[in-house]
Ligand binder design. Sequence first.
Ligand SMILES: [Zn+2]
Length: 277
Amino acid sequence: MLALITVPRAVRSGSTPWEPTLPKRSPEPASNRLIDCLPELQRQEFLSECRPAELQFGQPLGLPGDPIKKVYFPLTAFISRVTPIDRHPPLEVGLIGNEGMLGETLWLGQDRHPTQVLVQGSGTALEMSTAQFLRQLKANPSLAPIVSRYLFVLIEHLAQNAACHAFHELRERLVRWLLMTHDRAPGDHLELTHQFLSDMLGVRRSAVTIAASDLQYRGLIRYARGHIQILSRAGLEEITCECYAASVQAYERQFSDAPVPLCGHAGNSTDSRPAAV
Ligand SMILES: [Zn+2]
């Protein structure tokens, strides 16, 4: 079932206009929006260099300072960017799904990972070696502008995340994180433990338990044994902070003219969802 575009409460009531112009699309076949932005001939050439990859939950893809050996374009998998600090668990600073890529800093001439990266959602991706990607950057004139736009979006997202972490309540941040994960997941069922959530959000597990219990009490999610089911996407959008919509808009400002519409997998939730961020 296809998802309709809805308007998060924070946008409806805020000063930033929301333009629900994204067309609906089928989640099949799986694709990556950055690759889909390429003109057809260049897209085919680029795809001929890619290999399919199966990414598994928890799989490490790099530590800060590690050389970038492979570039990934997620299809159904999604990847977390996390930053370790002192003796704390790593804090998540970004998510990469089929709207993005891993290895984008190669375009800046930087061949090492700026953050730790690991697989958060098992699934498929396209991969190519760093050398192949660098060759493509030279040979494929449409690729570099796409990577540049993606890098600009990442800067906006990092700034939004910093403000969100400093000023917004845990429940709002948890809901935003659930929506972002839901955007990238193949359905309404997310494999997430409270411990994993507390690590990603940088708070105590007990605090996540209280916030998640509140969402369950409101009928927005169902939680059991490391498994969260999204019951009401619209309800979650009603109570998340404005950062979720801001992140969606940041991406769409750069990629709304892409030839293939993006994002959002059509899950079984009766609610609709906007594009992934
Ligand atoms: Zn926020």
